[in-house]
Design a protein around this ligand. Structure first.
Ligand code: 5GP
Ligand code: ZN
Length: 159
């Protein structure tokens, strides 16, 4: 966890700017996105500043996911939207704009104009040997005991 030079989400969490909170607990806060794809677009964040998937402790990430899972059905009921995207953008190359890790819950309707175009148009299925080679590479990294000897514990919460 590194201190951000300036982080709008830290400002919101510390009460320094207006925010519409729909859920909070000791670790997590969820609030309404100010530029929603559809009404009910929620962001789930940790109270402490973590930038992305690379520095978020695994247990905190699991908690944010659990909160997002709980809220997904609640938001669906509240908005009566038939669909939902749960999205994480981690890193500028992945489209992250606010560098305080967050999970988007985006209620979706047919024809709302938003799109996560998968399968990726224009991407052709690689040769099976390339898919197998990449799978083997991932398995090798997973099995490397020096890579991630233990899940990173979350720091004690001080307040
Ligand atoms: P990202 O592109 O980082 O995944 O998404 C950042 C999200 O934060 C965007 O959907 C954007 O609308 C939202 N956002 C940016 N600034 C604020 C703000 O000041 N308040 C709230 N509630 N949401 C914000
Ligand atoms: Zn922050």
């Amino acid at each position: 966890m590194t201190a951000a030079a300036h982080c709008i989400f830290c400002d919101l969490i510390q009460g320094a700017a207006e925010v519409s909170i729909c859920y909070e607990d000791a670790e997590a806060i969820a609030f309404m996105d100010i530029q929603p794809v559809n009404p009910g677009h929620v962001l789930v964040v940790h109270r402490h500043h973590y930038e992305g998937l690379h520095d978020l402790p695994r247990d905190l990430g699991m908690h944010l996911l659990e909160v997002a899972m709980r809220l997904a059905s609640v938001v669906k009921t509240a908005t009566e939207c038939p669909g939902m995207n749960m999205v994480v953008n981690s890193g500028a190359a992945a489209g992250q704009d606010v560098f305080h890790y967050h999970v988007h819950l985006i209620p979706r309707r047919e024809g709302d104009g938003f799109d996560i175009p998968l399968p990726f148009p224009g991407s052709e299925m690689p040769d099976r040997t390339l898919l197998d080679a990449m799978a083997a590479r991932i398995i090798a990294v997973l099995r490397d005991p020096m890579r991630d000897p233990a899940p990173r514990p979350a720091p004690a919460v001080s307040r």
